[in-house]
Structure formats: C-alpha cells, structure tokens
Design a protein around this ligand. Structure first.
Ligand code: CA
Length: 492
C-alpha cells in the first residue's frame, strides 16, 4: 500500500510529502475514548480516526504533567535534557525541536491553542496560542501580532482558528499543524452545546473510587487529589456563582444548569460514600462534557480535510499530554507513574500506510513523537533525540528488537497535590517505582494486578524479578543519561 501511495505522490518528479496534523489535548485519559473501551462515554469522531488508522494500546508519557510533556513532544528528549522538569520552568525555545527541523526542510508549521511553555513558540511560521493555562470561555490569544481577546467557548474558537489557518495556508507546501486544546483540563467547564449532556444519568464508577490507599506507598494517603476531599466547591464542583469572566448569556446558562442542584446538594446533606458518589458524578460529567466538544472538533477538522480534498495525503495524530484519574484510585489529576496517568491516548491515521482499524500492543512513548513526525516527512532527526520512530509500526511491521522497557521520572515536588519525586521502569508485564525522596519502592505485576493494588516489593517470591527490574532501572537511566542525582542512589 505504501508503494501505491508513494507512486501516486510523485507528481512531476517532485515527491509530495504528507501533511501532518497533530491534535493534542490536555489531561484526556484514554479510558474516556470509546475506541479504547471506555464504559463511560462515546467519542464517535475519535473512534472513526481509530477505524481509519492505528490505535496504540500501550502509549505512555515520560513525566505525567502538562508543560514537561509538551517539552518532551517538541524536543524528543526526556525532561532532564530538555530542561522542563516541572510546570515552573520556562521552556528553552533555543533548543532543537521537530517543528524547527520540519520548517527547515520546507514544511509550513503552525500551532494553534494551548502552548503552556511560557516562552514564545519557536519553529513555527504561525502561532496563535492561549496565554498560560487559558480559560474555557472568552480566551485571549497571543500571536506575532500581539494579544487579542475572543468571546465564546475556547474549544470552538481553537477549532475555528485551525480551520481558518488551513483555508489560508500556502497550498504549494506541505504543512505540519498542531491543534492543541485546553480541554479537558481542570476545572472542566463544559461548552454551551453539551452542558446538559448526561443530565439525569448515572455514570458508572471505577472499582476503586473508595480506595483508602492502605495498599499503596505511604504518601498516597496524604495526596491532595482525592474525589473525597480535594475537589473545590466553587472551582471544581460549580457550587456558587458563575465565573467572573463570563458574559451575561454565559452566566445565565451556568446558573440554569448548575444553580438548582446546588440547593439540592445542600438540602440533601450527604455524607460518607454518598457524598463521594455525588462529587464523582459532578466531576466526571463535566469532564466528559468537555471531551464531547473536543470530539466534535476532531470531526470538524477531519471533515474539512475531506472537503478540501487533502485527506488522502494528510496524517492525523490524536494524543494527550498524559492520562488522568477518572475517580480511579479515588483520585482526579495525574503525576503518578501509576497506569491511569502514565498512559496517554495515541491514534494515528495515515492514509495508504496504516492499515485501517489496526491496533498495536507495542509500547510507545511521547518521547517518540518528534522522531516519528520527522520520519513521516522524510526529514532527519536531531542526533540528541531519545525516542524511536513509530513509522515501522505504523507500516504494520513488528520490529523484533522493539523496546522492552520505558523510563519515567516525575519532579514536581513540593506542589499543590503533594506527589513526591519518583522514577521507575515499566516493562510489558512489570513496573518498579522508586520514591527516592522518601526512600520507598513499589513493584507491580501488571498482568495479574492491573489496578496496582498488590505491592510486591521485598516479597520473598518476587526478589529475583525485583533484582532484574532494579538492574533494568539502572540500565534505562544510563541509556537516557539520567545519571546525576538522588534517583540513582540505590543498591541492587
Ligand atoms: Ca495535562
């Protein structure tokens, strides 16, 4: 199939390189995409993308938090090399990134939506980005022309801006376009078209919504991201007045939707598990409503590609900056190396190359995206990039020497959610986590314990595997050059 496409793409002796669209969302857990088996929502347009392309069943991040993940995607390097270990640093835009290399090789490059790296975007012919986290409504965008405020729902505005850029672009050059949504990041404010979705319904609860963290690392019970205690009444649960940056129409809609149930909540005087259940429903419905607008955005964008007649030569990638706890382990938020937040969705539609409806179990990581997109465009990667091109996998090959271990390192401590520094290694079967700040470890058999409840560390029958995993951790730290610091301070 590739041969056919390649032949068709040679026009007047000039190779027509594919366009690349990278759709990036914020905190979108793969278990809230129906193509990934979600039992809580339906995402028809994302599912269609998977039906037309390849779904990565095992896609992960290197450091499960927003700005660091973005820096990994752009640079193809782990946090300790690209310098963005936490949300607090400013991204060094002087370093080599895949958009810069694509630009140099003749691609038009553009980024629209959430940027979140403090420094101005570099390597883009065009940027139009939210400032900082950006609001869900009435956002201000920053471009080369300065700042401009818009009225409306941010997911809709980002989509419109993306379509406008596509319509106005130079059509004699291939392009790489990043459409990056704020949604479904906290504080999960739904758009006007889905604010009533799931009204009167009960969303299924995760099995460990009432987790008491007694089986987990000691600091898990002190973590400040529980559904039980740490959703803020106004900010997260929408009890109280509408946001101040809303216009009157938006405030009216807000009060119409959330107002009556505020009273019901106070009157019911819920307690214990009933209160946790109520909070979970309040949280998860808003989260899923935000995703529904993103799903529409995917549909609109793919629809436009067809309408413009460029869908056959345009790759569409769907990815999030990391996963999220959807009440899993009793939490919201991310950060931990546990599965719900280390995982991220990755779907790639590459017409004529990926087998429609295909799936792979091979482990991919956000570290791979820079080299993958460069490889798709026929451009050389920077020698300092640390990932692996996913192109052979997308072509349907199963490379025999594919990676057998992923390295993870989280650094944002102290921070508002109280997650400690940790690093670790994950294979297709096991996970070893080293909380070096507090000198604790966890080890899981993911095949028999996918919810990571049964810590096997220092259990006699598992010691040989534990030793093997420690050696592997040492080995990936060396492989990726993360050898200076307390994360290496352990004996095998
Ligand atoms: Ca995020």
């Amino acid at each position: 199939m590739l041969t056919t496409l390649a032949a068709a793409a040679v026009l007047n002796g000039v190779q027509e390189r594919p366009n690349i669209i990278f759709i990036f969302t914020d905190d979108h857990a793969s278990h809230s995409i129906s193509a990934y088996g979600s039992n809580i929502n339906h995402t028809p347009h994302m599912d269609q993308l998977a039906a037309d392309g390849m779904l990565f069943e095992n896609a992960f991040v290197t450091n499960s938090i927003c700005a660091p993940s973005r820096a990994v995607v752009l640079s193809g390097k782990h946090s300790h090399f690209n310098g963005q270990r936490t949300n607090f640093e400013t991204f060094d835009g002087g370093q080599r990134t895949f958009p810069k290399i694509l630009q140099e090789s003749g691609y038009q490059t553009a980024i629209i939506g959430k940027w979140h790296l403090k420094s101005d975007p570099t390597g883009f012919d065009y940027f139009d980005v939210l400032i900082g986290q950006g609001p869900y409504y009435n956002p201000t965008f920053k471009s080369k022309d300065g700042n401009k405020r818009f009225t409306g729902y941010t997911t809709h505005i980002i989509t419109e801006k993306t379509l406008d850029w596509l319509k106005d672009r130079e059509s004699d050059q291939p392009f790489m376009l990043m459409m990056q949504h704020k949604a479904p990041h906290r504080q999960w404010r739904p758009g006007p078209d889905y604010i009533d979705l799931y009204e009167g319904e009960t969303i299924p609860e995760p099995v460990d919504l009432f987790d008491d963290w007694s089986t987990r690392v000691s600091v898990a019970k002190d973590n400040k991201m529980s559904i039980r205690e740490h959703l803020r009444p106004n900010y997260d649960l929408k009890i109280g007045e509408p946001p101040r940056n809303f216009n009157q129409e938006q405030k009216d809609l807000w009060l119409e939707h959330y107002g009556p149930r505020n009273a019901a909540f106070e009157a019911a005087n819920l307690q214990g598990d009933d209160l946790i259940r109520w909070k979970y429903q309040r949280y998860i419905k808003d989260y899923l409503r935000c995703i529904q607008s993103v799903d529409d955005s995917v549909g609109e964008l793919v629809g436009y590609l067809k309408e413009a007649g460029i869908d056959d030569n345009t790759i569409v990638i769907y990815n999030s900056d990391q996963g999220f706890y959807l009440g899993d382990y009793g939490w919201y938020d991310k950060r931990w190396m546990y599965e719900p937040s280390m995982r991220t969705p990755l779907i790639v539609k590459w017409p004529g190359v990926t087998e429609p409806g295909s799936r792979t179990e091979l482990m991919a990581q956000n570290l791979d995206l820079a080299q993958t997109m460069l490889d798709m465009a026929g451009a050389d990667a920077d020698p300092g990039m640390q990932g692996v091109s996913l192109v052979p996998v997308l072509k349907g090959e199963e490379p025999g020497d594919w990676r057998n271990a992923l390295y993870y390192h989280y650094y944002e401590s102290p921070s508002e959610h109280g997650v400690p520094f940790h690093c670790g290694v994950r294979t297709d079967r096991f996970k070893l986590i080293f909380y070096y700040e507090i000198g604790e470890w966890e080890m899981f058999d993911l095949k028999n314990d996918p919810r990571e409840n049964n810590d096997l560390y220092d259990k006699a029958e598992w010691l040989s595997i534990q030793t093997r995993l420690k050696r592997l951790l040492r080995s990936v730290q060396k492989q990726y050059g993360d050898t200076t610091g307390p994360q290496t301070n352990f004996t095998i």
